[in-house]
Write a protein that binds this ligand. Structure first.
Ligand code: B12
Ligand code: SF4
Ligand code: SF4
Length: 310
């Protein structure tokens, strides 16, 4: 098979497996991205995510991460839903956490894509990543022509909006790198910057994690910053505000992934039920979800913080 034929076959298979888009980039170091990442780290915008400063060279050069790497296959998976929690007083969880953990769901599908590539080309070697190693997911998706980086720092696809997860297969085959990075389709819009309740979105398309509700309610293993008192906007796990207001998500297509379907028990939980959540119920509601990954005690701390500030 020629490089073009194999590339076309991979893309077709990815779409058949349910991915919203798929693109290819040459595996090489990313000097521009490295400079941006360095600036972000120097500014302390990673807050206490110390792991973001680790493996800087591997993070900015996949050939150091995967031996023999020649290509990066970037994949987008839609998780947009218009379903909402029914009690307006209930603490809000982010859409990305409604269903089964995306790491598990995407990894299975990406492994299937990898086996398919091997069936076409038995010498194919590589590794599959979903936010599971030092890889700059958004940068690779941008480079592969799958979207641009919005002012809210999210990768936005013109086809699918920004409620998409990103994964990669890094492999030893050469592919067709025809895609050119998208232009900037934010224009003069600043909705996300203006809507962010904590002012976490900086002017240069980056994010101050310390001020971000998503960081505070998921990643911050310590106390939530008292500075954010009364600014969490009812969010107990993650935050979608800067994506909900984005015009590019107005026409987002509903995902068709049964594993991301929220249970009606989660959607219909009342504020009162949330305030009495115990470990047993938590396990039943959030088994294998991103919320379970963060841990019961983190969720309880977040609930307590919200109640304190109510
Ligand atoms: C750390 C992290 C966070 C941190 C910091 C987020 C941030 N903006 O940096 C916190 C905890 C706050 C967070 C929050 C969320 N996250 Co997060 N997070 C990550 C993680 C693990 C690393 C991101 C990172 O490297 N940050 C450092 C900054 C400097 O890099 P960056 O944002 O990727 O930006 C690079 C490029 O965009 C580029 N760039 C930016 N502008 C431009 C312009 C030009 C011209 C060029 C050339 C390059 C360029 O420069 C940067 C460095 O190379 C990634 C997974 C991964 N391995 O990549 C997921 C990831 C970014 N998160 C994701 C998600 C879904 C979320 C949330 C929506 C979850 C939620 N609902 O609460 C929020 C969104 C908040 C937001 N507006 O960004 C998705 C994003 C998907 C998408 N469509 O963009 C990712 C990719 C996970 C995944 N595999 O799907 N996250
Ligand atoms: S996720 Fe929420 S807090 Fe973080 S930047 Fe977006 S709107 Fe602001
Ligand atoms: S809300 Fe506007 S500025 Fe923000 S990412 Fe979307 S289009 Fe860009």
């Amino acid at each position: 098979m020629s490089i073009t034929e194999i590339s076309t076959a991979i893309k077709e298979k990815a779409l058949e497996l349910g991915f919203a888009d798929c693109g290819f980039s040459k595996a090489e170091s990313l000097p521009e991205e490295a400079a941006r990442l360095q600036e972000w780290l120097d500014g302390g915008y990673h807050a206490r995510m110390g792991y973001m400063a680790n493996h800087f060279e591997k993070r900015t050069d996949p050939t150091l991460l995967v031996e023999g790497a020649r290509s990066v296959i970037s994949l987008l998976y839609n998780y947009y839903t218009d379903k909402k929690q029914t009690d307006p007083e209930a603490p809000v969880i982010s859409k990305y956490a409604y269903g089964r953990d995306y790491h598990l769901v995407l990894k299975e599908k990406m492994n299937r894509l990898f086996y398919f590539i091997r069936s076409l080309h038995p010498e194919a070697e590589g590794r599959v990543f979903v936010d599971s190693a030092p890889v700059l997911d958004r940068s690779w998706a941008r480079k592969a022509g799958l979207g641009w980086i919005g002012k809210n720092s999210c990768l936005i696809s013109r086809k699918a909006g920004s409620f998409v997860f990103i994964g990669e297969i890094i492999l030893n085959l050469e592919l067709d790198y025809n895609q050119v990075p998208e232009g900037d389709f934010c224009g003069s819009c600043r909705r996300c910057v203006e809507a962010c309740p904590t002012g976490a979105i900086l002017e240069n398309r980056t994010l101050d994690s310390e001020r971000c509700i998503s960081y505070q309610t998921i990643e911050n293993k310590g106390e939530i910053s008292p500075e954010l008192e009364s600014l969490l906007a009812g969010r107990v796990f993650g935050c979608d505000i800067c994506q909900d207001v984005c015009p590019w998500n107005r026409k987002a297509i509903l995902h068709a992934e049964p594993e991301f379907e929220p249970s009606s028990d989660v959607l219909n939980m009342t504020a009162d039920q949330w305030s009495h959540l115990d470990q047993e119920r938590y396990k039943e509601l959030f088994i294998d979800s991103p919320v379970e990954r963060a841990g019961f005690s983190k969720l309880l701390n977040n609930l307590a913080f919200l109640q304190k500030k109510a």
